[in-house]
Design a protein around this ligand. Sequence first.
Ligand SMILES: Nc1ncnc2c1ncn2[C@@H]1O[C@H](COP(=O)(O)OP(=O)(O)OP(=O)(O)O)[C@@H](O)[C@H]1O
Length: 195
Amino acid sequence: MTTFKPVVLSGPSGSGKSTLLKKLMGEYQDCFAFSVSHTTRKPRPGEVNGKDYHFIDQDEMQKLITNDAFIEHACFSGNMYGTSKQAVHDVVDTGKICILDIDMQGVKSVKATDLKPRYIFIQPPSLDALEQRLRGRMTETEDSLKKRMDAAHAELQYAAEEGAYDHVIVNDDLETAYTKLKAILIEDITRYSSS
Ligand SMILES: Nc1ncnc2c1ncn2[C@@H]1O[C@H](COP(=O)(O)OP(=O)(O)OP(=O)(O)O)[C@@H](O)[C@H]1O
């Protein structure tokens, strides 16, 4: 079976990663998949273990963290979440193209693994435009906006370093950015479709 390198999509919050991924997965439903995350959160009605999340308890989570099983892990509202290296390998083994939507710390962690993905950075046209988009999304408080803008500075600095990413896509006009993203992935998409 043909397998594909995972694809890492990174970029400041508000740069348009989710928007681009939604378009990509809408157009090529079959081809791409996200890895299944681990969480200590209780399953909601209808959620399936191993499909929506790997539901585990605190002790198991701690063990996985100690064993360096995660690419990234974080705590939100008292629950822990993590993306394991194994979960990415599991998607690769299905023959689909695994998408990782992760931040700069996640990118640095992936670089320390044997995953060898393609690294794509989604860059906002400017910091002003980024702030406008975050405000327009109506998801942020002034405090969280400031945190995201501070983080964006660091992300842009890192992306400018030689070799940090394989591709940088400036998301100014959405259709143009999407065309660029597809151009990077089209060879794999075609191979997937003909396999
Ligand atoms: N090219 C574009 N032109 C104008 N607005 C855009 C463009 N791309 C995305 N947006 C808008 O910018 C906002 C942020 O985009 P999105 O939520 O996709 O960012 P993100 O990188 O996924 O953020 P996060 O990391 O916080 O999830 C959204 O409201 C989206 O509709």
